[in-house]
Design a protein around this ligand. Structure first.
Ligand SMILES: Nc1nc2c(ncn2[C@@H]2O[C@H](COP(=O)(O)OP(=O)(O)OP(=O)(O)O)[C@@H](O)[C@H]2O)c(=O)[nH]1
Ligand SMILES: [Mg+2]
Length: 443
């Protein structure tokens, strides 16, 4: 059933993207009282904007406005074993049966030279027909995966073709310092970041890594940690980020505002999330607004990107921070806390932008499904920060790709085209790092 709500289209690409998507939708369904089979109690409270993220079918069920895309079929076939299997409509999935073996150019060829791309386009068209007004395209994938990188680019590009006037946000897993499934992950990530299509078709790029997520998960969950737990943390971030589009807000901050406020120039669009409270004990889960704000600025405790030099010395500098609050929070308390926290620290922000903070408040509590091993805090904040630490993480990536480039095995797995891509990607990263450093030193 088409409806006139402003729709957000979510696109989940590759294994990491799809598995993260499963947790995101489990959480969004739970927040909107949707059962695992897609039905919804008619007496359930109407948040008003349920149609921004869900399609109401003719049979009265609610299903995600989402596409799932992979070169192999493993992650999509897993839907069959989920309690939510009926909720994930196979009509909105597209896959082949062979992954890229972790190589960007192989994934690119598979996508472009098989019926997969045609199928994906068709799937997207069918989904778009369900949505009169579309206000954002959100893509999720691992930049280190062959499919996550090459397929992520395709997802963003196609969305842009269908909807040229609404922003695209790519939330992606960056391979990090110590954990990556293969050195090729670094190459794939750098190719995706430097690809001309990413430069033109992605408006905001949210980065996180598994090493940082493991650290947070260890603090707030007592069970042995696996990917699904890391994906729960990402799902909570997405719940905060999209709250204003799905439920009534005390202070609205929707995904378009995020792009407007966090991206001062086209090339500066790389941000990363933090979450407070970052640890789970009963005291922390009742933290006052002031303590939550202070925790965000301590940063290293709850950041979604691994620690860097700046974290340790606390000399990072911000362009802008979006603070998305959930729960029992009054605006006045936030303003007081921000003034207090930053009173003696005038150097913390670049000075040439009109505002330092962008704030959103949804007073609905951040709830999590009962089976998730995380407590529900009575107030929480997801901060999306644009700051110098991003360029430090890119420096790590740039160093890695030149290390991998020198290795013999690179010649076995990659071809001449990839070698050229590596030098282009290295140049792109070096320029970007320089531009960031200049922007941060200029006041
Ligand atoms: N957080 C998280 N990371 C994952 C998950 N699944 C895989 N990863 C990480 O993602 C990176 C590889 O990406 P995948 O998503 O497996 O690859 P892909 O996009 O399917 O691409 P192929 O190489 O073609 O298989 C590795 O660093 C994995 O550790 C997941 O569910 N959650
Ligand atoms: Mg895969």
């Amino acid at each position: 059933m088409a409806n006139s709500s402003r729709s957000v289209i979510s696109m989940f690409v590759g294994q990491c993207g799809i598995q993260t998507g499963v947790k995101i939708w489990e959480l969004l369904a739970y927040e909107h009282d949707i059962c695992p089979d897609g039905t919804r109690d008619i007496d359930a409270e109407d948040y008003g904007n349920i149609h921004s993220f869900f399609i109401e079918t003719l049979g009265g069920k609610y299903i995600p406005k989402a596409l799932f895309f992979d070169t192999d079929n493993k992650s999509i076939n897993e839907f069959e074993y989920l309690p939510h299997k009926e909720f994930f409509n196979r009509q909105y999935t597209a896959c082949n049966n062979q992954d890229s073996n972790g190589v960007f150019s192989v994934a690119q060829k598979q996508i472009n030279s098989t019926p997969l791309l045609k199928k994906y386009k068709k799937t997207m068209r069918v989904l778009m027909e369900q949505c009169d007004l579309t206000c954002a395209g959100l893509t999720y994938s691992a930049l280190g995966g062959g499919t996550g990188s090459a397929g992520g680019l395709v997802a963003n590009e196609l969305y842009r073709k269908f909807q040229s006037k609404s922003p695209t946000i790519w939330t992606s897993l960056l391979p990090n310092n110590s954990i990556a499934s293969s050195p090729a992950d670094f190459m794939n990530a750098s190719y995706a970041l430097a690809d001309p299509s990413a430069i033109t078709n992605v408006d905001l790029h949210i980065l996180y890594d598994n090493e940082a997520l493991y650290e947070i998960a260890k603090e707030c969950m007592t069970c042995p940690i696996n990917f699904s737990h890391l994906n729960m943390l990402v799902a909570r971030m997405v719940s905060c980020m999209t709250g204003s589009l799905r439920m009534p807000s005390e202070l609205t901050l929707d995904v378009r505002d995020l792009v407007l406020n966090l991206v001062p120039r086209r090339q500066f669009k790389y941000v990363f999330p933090q979450f407070a409270p970052g640890t789970a004990n009963n005291t922390n889960y009742r933290l006052a607004v002031g303590d939550i704000v202070a925790e965000i600025f301590k940063s290293s405790a709850c950041s979604f990107l691994s620690k860097t030099k700046s974290d340790k010395n606390l000399i990072t500098k911000y362009i802008n921070i979006a603070l998305l609050f959930r729960g029992d929070v009054q605006p006045q308390k936030i303003y007081e806390s921000l003034n207090k926290t930053n009173k003696n620290d005038t150097d913390r922000f670049v000075e040439y932008l009109p505002c330092k903070y962008t704030i959103g408040i949804n007073t609905d509590l951040l709830l999590t499904p009962e089976s998730w091993p995380i407590q529900d805090p009575c107030r929480a904040c997801c901060a999306i920060t644009h700051d110098l630490r991003v360029s430090e993480n890119f420096q790590v990536l740039a160093d890695k790709i030149f290390m991998v480039n020198d290795k013999e095995f690179f010649n076995w797995n990659f071809d001449v085209e990839d070698k050229n891509r590596t030098s282009d990607a290295g140049e792109f990263l070096a320029n970007l790092i320089d531009e960031y450093l200049n922007a941060f030193s200029f006041n």
